[in-house]
Write a protein that binds this ligand. Structure first.
Ligand SMILES: *[C@@H]1O[C@H](CO)[C@@H](O)[C@H](O)[C@H]1NC(C)=O
Ligand SMILES: *[C@@H]1O[C@H](CO)[C@@H](O)[C@H](O)[C@H]1NC(C)=O
Ligand SMILES: *[C@@H]1O[C@H](CO)[C@@H](O)[C@H](O)[C@H]1NC(C)=O
Ligand SMILES: CC(=O)N[C@H]1CO[C@H](CO)[C@@H](O)[C@@H]1O
Ligand SMILES: [Zn+2]
Length: 396
């Protein structure tokens, strides 16, 4: 045989065998990723992860793979479907997987620590991945020192009340007296505010605040809701603050409700609002001009709150949302007097005291608001809901 032909033949043989191996490897991976532990992203729980870190041995989704790429010294990423996998890498994946990684990297995640899901904001997901693999905060007990002393303090940018500019303010969160305090530049004058942890809530709101690390802190004073809008340049620092607030809230709830289980307390540590957005609202006679207001639906507390704008510190009003048996309902409506309002998708909320008419900008908004309100109306009332209802109705 001609030598050249022979070389070609060898090359052909090699390629064919190699391709067969690659197909086999891909098949192995596709089988592994179908298994219960591996079929959701190791970091955010998204279903059908398509990517894998072949240094950490985990299957992750496209979004989380982006963060892994930023940790190139500890994590290397390949697509299960699009990349070629060599035998040794497949062997490594076979020997590890999402269950193993959880046992190692999430062994000591504190119960209050927020583990982000697929739809949480980028900073939460990124810091969770960094905390697990880069800083390895959960591989040993109590490695997470930030919150263990019962006091967390630092400087945050806080939105000012008057001109909306962000100003540096020192914040101190303390488990001793369950309070969050903040100070103006001159600390000797004492704290500008002392906020009880009892009603404190925190939620990431990057879009609203206009910063990727924007955090909204909510609390109530004499049954009126107030907002603080803050951020920190460092993603790690703002997520530490968020979890420090959760740690303090959790400690408070443990003291306030000593017999409740962790599972019962966790939903109350911090929470996201079921829905928020602008709607137009008219007055009690329905003849007042419609005004645009920012609404927030808190499904745990059964409150529909409204503010002048999305970045206002103090609420204008609150509507309790009870159940159908107690005279609460929501329906589509086209009010007769549509003069003066720009938006046309109407919705009526009935309460025992009054009918509220709201106008949404688009059909989709109306649908989402109605679904969210119906969800709250369909939930049975708990003993504490009756107290909330009585307090709100008394304020009128
Ligand atoms: C990766 O790092 C770059 C530069 O710091 C950043 O802009 C990007 O958002 C990061 N991507 C992810 C997915 O974390
Ligand atoms: C997940 O994949 C790993 C290998 O990557 C494997 O060892 C493990 O058994 C799989 N999980 C399940 C529940 O089969
Ligand atoms: C990736 O994350 C963004 C939000 O950070 C989200 O809007 C998007 O749906 C996510 N994509 C996937 C594929 O989960
Ligand atoms: C203002 C506000 O919604 N505060 C709530 C925060 O969460 C606690 C319970 O976890 C509620 O009691 C507060 O009303
Ligand atoms: Zn993910």
């Amino acid at each position: 045989m001609n030598l050249l032909l022979f070389v070609f033949y060898l090359k052909f043989l090699y390629t064919t065998l190699h391709m067969a191996n690659r197909d086999k490897n891909k098949k192995t991976l596709l089988e592994l990723v179908k298994q219960p532990e591996n079929s959701s992203c190791a970091d955010c729980g998204a279903t059908e992860p398509d990517w894998a870190s072949y240094t950490l041995g985990v299957f992750v989704c496209l979004n989380c793979s982006g963060t892994h790429r930023n940790l190139s010294s500890i994590s290397r990423i390949k697509s299960i479907r699009l990349d070629f996998w060599d035998d040794d890498l497949v062997q490594f994946m076979k020997a590890h997987g999402n269950g193993d990684a959880k046992d190692l990297y999430e062994k000591f995640v504190p119960v209050f620590y927020y583990q982000p899901q697929q739809h949480d904001c980028d900073v939460l997901r990124e810091q969770w991945i960094r905390a697990k693999y880069e800083r390895q905060e959960f591989t040993e007990q109590n490695k997470l020192r930030a919150y263990s002393s019962g006091v967390y303090e630092g400087v945050l940018w806080k939105k000012g009340k008057d001109n909306g500019q962000f100003l540096k303010r020192k914040f101190v969160l303390s488990e001793q007296d369950f309070s969050l305090k903040y100070y103006k530049e001159d600390e000797s004058k004492g704290p500008k505010a002392v906020i009880s942890v009892q009603t404190l809530n925190a939620t990431f709101q990057p879009q609203k605040i206009g910063h990727a690390h924007g955090l909204q802190i909510t609390y109530s004073v004499e049954d009126h809701t107030r907002n603080l809008f803050v951020y920190h340049e460092s993603g790690q620092e703002i997520v530490n603050w968020f979890n420090a607030i959760r740690a303090t809230r959790f400690a408070y709830l443990k003291t306030a409700f000593p017999t409740a289980s962790n599972a019962e307390l966790l939903p109350w540590v911090t929470r996201n609002y079921l829905k928020e957005g602008y709607m137009e609202k008219t007055g009690p006679s329905h003849r007042e001009p419609f005004k645009k207001r920012w609404f927030i639906l808190d499904s745990l507390d059964r409150k529909l709150l409204y503010f002048k704008t999305e970045l206002d510190a103090v609420e204008l009003g609150v509507i309790f949302i009870g159940t159908e048996n107690h005279g609460y309902s929501v329906s589509e409506c086209m009010p007769k007097a549509t003069r003066g309002n720009k938006w046309k998708c109407g919705m009526a909320v009935e309460t025992p005291d009054r009918q509220f008419i709201f106008m949404c900008e688009q059909e989709r908004d109306r649908k989402e608001w109605m679904e969210a309100l119906k969800f709250v109306i369909s939930k049975p009332m708990l003993p504490q809901d009756y107290t909330t209802e009585a307090n709100i109705r008394r304020r009128k």
